[in-house]
Design a protein around this ligand. Structure first.
Ligand code: PMP
Length: 350
């Protein structure tokens, strides 16, 4: 704390990102990256920008990328917003769509950045408990609110909410923005983008960090009614003239255009997930049903923090959260079959 700080900074509780270890050779299953790497066409497109164009400012509107996203989802470009990782897209949505003085609603086990943004923008919130199966209880969200947000599938549980339940939520809250954070949707869920033409209060965010394996590039997007997109554009244009650099625009657009690489990668991750779930269940773990590129698992007799520490000593890192309701769980990113085998061998040696 310093006298030079703006007063609100003293109360900020910032987000703590998952560890990016400095030691090489760890089997890194802690931050839900994709083990297979991005489309070679995305890499070639970025390389071309590096060779030819870095002297020039990028397109401030990222039109080429919006076009690729619009074509992929069958929407118009004025329904698409792009930003520097979905974290930034979410920040603009909190800033531009949720500051109404009424509480924002989200599940009580969810992406831990949501309360951080509430702190940053002074948004009151209510965190509503999940049910016994760790599912969102849609009925609970029929109460006065200044917006609703949840990941689908949820993080860190991996549990999916059906589109039909999302529609019930939208219908029960026509005067609030419902933001569906689809960071992990491509690993077995059905996107709510199919609903944006029918619900002007629906905003869907996605990222290229997971299914398109470009976490290092920092690109995310939102799809929704043009009025919601315009709010995000106003915030963006009041904040950063060039949020996406030339490599990000070119690489992300090429990644959206390369459908077959995307589909192959998702299929491989899903197959590895099913194999890993079976192998962990055979070792006595309870694994929540996952539609994501990670599993959320607990062992009835073993302490999760101890398992995480033991795995780390054996060169495998996974994520453990201290929050009370989930303190007995580990969140484990789906790796390659070899990485998953390294995890299982380390578990067997514990
Ligand atoms: N939403 C959820 C639910 C996430 O788990 C993450 C990844 N930490 C993000 C959004 C942000 O992803 P990115 O900023 O890499 O697009």
């Amino acid at each position: 704390m310093s006298k030079f700080w703006s007063p609100f900074v003293k109360d900020l509780v910032p987000y703590v990102p998952g560890e990016q270890p400095k030691i090489a050779n760890l089997v890194k299953l802690n931050t839900n990256e994709n083990p297979y790497g991005p489309s070679p066409k995305a890499i070639a497109a970025m390389q071309a920008e590096v060779n030819d164009n870095l002297r020039l400012y990028p397109d401030p509107n990222s039109d080429r990328l919006k076009q690729a996203v619009a074509e992929f989802y069958g929407v118009r470009t004025d329904q698409v917003f792009v930003g520097n990782g979905s974290d930034e897209v979410l920040a603009h949505a909190f800033h531009g769509l949720f500051q109404h003085g009424r509480p924002l609603l989200f599940p009580d086990v969810t992406y831990s950045f949501y309360p951080v943004y509430c702190g940053l923008y002074g948004i009151p919130f209510e965190a509503l408990p999940l049910d016994e199966q760790f599912q969102i209880r849609v009925e609970d969200y029929a109460r006065p609110n200044g917006g609703i947000i949840f990941p689908n599938p949820n993080a860190p549980t991996g549990c999916l909410l059906a589109l039909e339940a999302i529609e019930r939520l939208l219908q029960a809250n026509p005067d609030s923005v419902v933001l569906v954070d689809e960071a992990y949707i491509d690993f077995g869920g059905e996107t709510a983008i199919a609903l944006v033409d029918r619900y002007p209060n629906l905003l869907v965010t996605q990222t290229l960090s997971k299914s398109r394996s470009l976490a290092g590039l920092r690109v995310g997007l939102a799809v929704g009614h043009p009025d919601l997109i315009e709010a995000l554009e106003r915030i963006k244009n009041s904040f950063n003239s060039y949020p996406l650099d030339r490599m990000a625009i070119a690489g992300a657009a090429a990644a959206f255009e390369d459908r077959s690489h995307f589909e192959d990668t998702c299929r491989k991750v899903i197959e590895s997930r099913e194999a890993l779930v079976a192998a962990m269940e055979a070792r006595g773990f309870d694994v929540l049903p996952s539609a994501a590129n990670f599993v959320f698992a607990r062992h009835p007799q073993r302490d999760a923090a101890e398992i995480a520490a033991g795995l780390r000593e054996r060169g495998v890192i996974v994520r453990h959260f201290k929050q009370q309701r989930i303190a007995q769980f580990l969140r484990i990113t789906i790796g390659t079959p070899d990485q998953n085998q390294a995890l299982l061998s380390a578990l067997d040696r514990l």
